[in-house]
Design a binder for this molecule. Structure first.
Ligand code: PTJ
Length: 261
């Protein structure tokens, strides 16, 4: 479908079309389209902008990634559909391995997603034939690569379901999530929850990776001072401020009489 550029929700509609096309190509699952709708609803509340607390978490994520010994970025259908170039750039900047890990896993879809990442410039992608299992996780998300997620010390899990995030934390890994839902089990379980939209968060982490690599003292300070609970509290504080402002401006516009031209 062609969306007129003049449409006030052009960007949002384009993203929706991208996901629908990715579903038709066997990259994203239908459940991923539902997940996207949930994400969009939260993003409305955040004003479709990166909040200051999200930026703090993105900097913290970069600080842990530059110090990691075996960092891995986990890629699912939605991530491959919406941000293939961004995740490849981030993987290169760190450098980190890319591993395709799917909740609704089929080997054919894992291979298709790896091809999308290769087309975006990715190399050494772990996808087909996982050879290890995350302890205590029965879903197909538990199938991982021994040389990837299984032995990673820091794992980035964008648009994740809570079960695996918790299981990875139990394995002793530092887990960085990107999830617009500040109430999700993932957000509450991981070491560095980033409550921001995927296509804003990944490039922001990459920019921080570039600057913190040049400034190890600042990276060490960020790692020392970052506190996920305090950061999440700031996210809720931001939401409260935004809703209060929306309530106030709505009251003002309602009071003004409407004029007809
Ligand atoms: O490709 P698969 O088989 O691995 O499946 C992928 C999905 C996304 C279906 C699977 O991981 C899943 O079911 O995830 P959930 O449990 O629906 O969680 C996805 C979370 O991501 C929800 O909390 C959404 O609010 C959030 N979300 C959706 N779109 C975005 C987002 N967060 C950030 N940016 C987005 N664009």
């Amino acid at each position: 479908m062609t969306i007129p550029r003049s449409h006030p929700r052009y960007a949002s509609l384009r993203t929706r079309e991208t996901l629908v096309a990715a579903h038709r190509q066997g990259i994203a699952v239908l459940e991923g389209l539902i997940a996207h709708g949930r994400g969009e609803a939260w993003d409305y509340l955040f004003g479709e902008e990166t909040s200051a607390p999200a930026l703090v978490a993105e900097k913290a994520a970069a600080a842990f990634l530059v110090a990691a010994e075996r960092p891995v970025i986990s890629v699912n259908g939605n991530v491959a559909a919406l941000a293939p170039r961004q995740v490849v750039r981030l993987a290169r900047a760190i450098p980190a391995r890319l591993e395709v890990n799917l909740f609704h896993r089929t080997e054919a879809r894992a291979r298709r997603i790896a091809a999308v990442l290769r087309k975006a410039g990715g190399t050494g992608i772990l996808a087909a034939k996982p050879d290890a299992r995350i302890p205590g996780l029965e879903s197909k998300r538990g199938l991982v690569h021994r040389s990837g997620i299984y032995s990673a010390d820091v794992v980035v899990v964008p648009l994740e379901d809570g079960d695996r995030a918790e299981a990875l934390v139990l394995m002793g890994k530092r887990v960085i999530s990107v999830d617009l839902n500040p109430l999700s089990r993932t957000t509450r379980a991981v070491s560095v929850p980033i409550v921001d939209e995927l296509t804003r968060a990944i490039p922001a982490i990459e920019r921080f990776v570039q600057t913190l690599r040049e400034d190890p003292n600042e990276a060490a300070r960020v790692r020392r001072e970052y506190d996920p609970a305090r950061n999440l509290a700031a996210v809720f504080g931001f939401l409260r401020w935004r809703l209060a402002r929306l309530a106030a401006t709505t009251k003002e516009t309602k009071r003004k009489p409407r004029t007809r031209r």
